[in-house]
Design a protein around this ligand. Structure first.
Ligand code: IMP
Ligand code: MG
Length: 179
């Protein structure tokens, strides 16, 4: 496909599915008997979250929050904006934030700190991807599907300038496309 000429596959859809099933099983075990609320962090988390919740075999509630620390480019501005807040009351509940990627960590740390003030029983973070080399904020995800090197990736929910979210694989975007 011509629009994929600028991308190379880093993690195939098959590997993602396998790992998401493992993490879903782990979450099912860890949250047994608890009142789990899964909060999908939009937009990047939409595909991962849709697959993940189908691998969690216990009752849960699903909510959405939309946040962004990026403009339209590929570098973080460090400012986190909430476009859409959670609708559910999380007081006393166990909240699992489902993110596409933890990069500098600014977005997820800001979200977690904001939500902790609402007095949930617990907050954990589940990330599809982790770029540990880029971390600035003092935060680690509790569940990580894949740690990846410092390269800009797209697909499976992740975008560059709002494009590529629909790709089934996680792909590396050639720097010539965004530099
Ligand atoms: P952080 O606040 O620096 O951790 O950035 C987190 C957000 O930046 C993610 O939710 C993504 O939307 C975006 N982001 C970071 N790295 C990448 C990448 O390699 N590809 C696409 N989006 C990314
Ligand atoms: Mg993004």
């Amino acid at each position: 496909m011509a629009y994929l000429d600028e991308c190379t596959t880093l993690i195939s859809a098959e590997r993602i599915a396998e790992r998401v099933a493992q993490i879903g099983k782990q979450i099912t075990e860890d949250y047994a008997g608890k009142e789990l609320i899964v909060a999908c962090v939009l937009k990047g988390g939409f595909m991962f979250c849709a697959d993940l919740v189908r691998q969690i075999s216990m009752p849960l509630k699903l909510d959405f929050i939309s946040a962004s620390s990026y403009g339209s480019g590929s570098t973080s501005t460090g400012n986190v904006r909430i476009f859409k807040d959670l609708e559910m009351d999380i007081k006393g509940k166990d909240l699992l934030l489902v993110e596409d990627i933890v990069d500098s960590g600014t977005t997820i740390k800001t979200l977690r700190d904001m939500l902790l003030a609402r007095d949930p029983a617990s907050i954990k973070v589940c990330a599809l991807l982790d770029k540990p080399d880029r971390r600035k904020a003092d935060i680690e995800a509790d569940y990580v599907c894949f740690a990846i090197p410092d390269e800009f990736v797209v697909g499976y929910g992740l975008d560059y300038d709002s494009r590529y979210r629909n790709l089934p694989d996680v792909m590396v975007l050639a720097p010539s496309e965004y530099l």
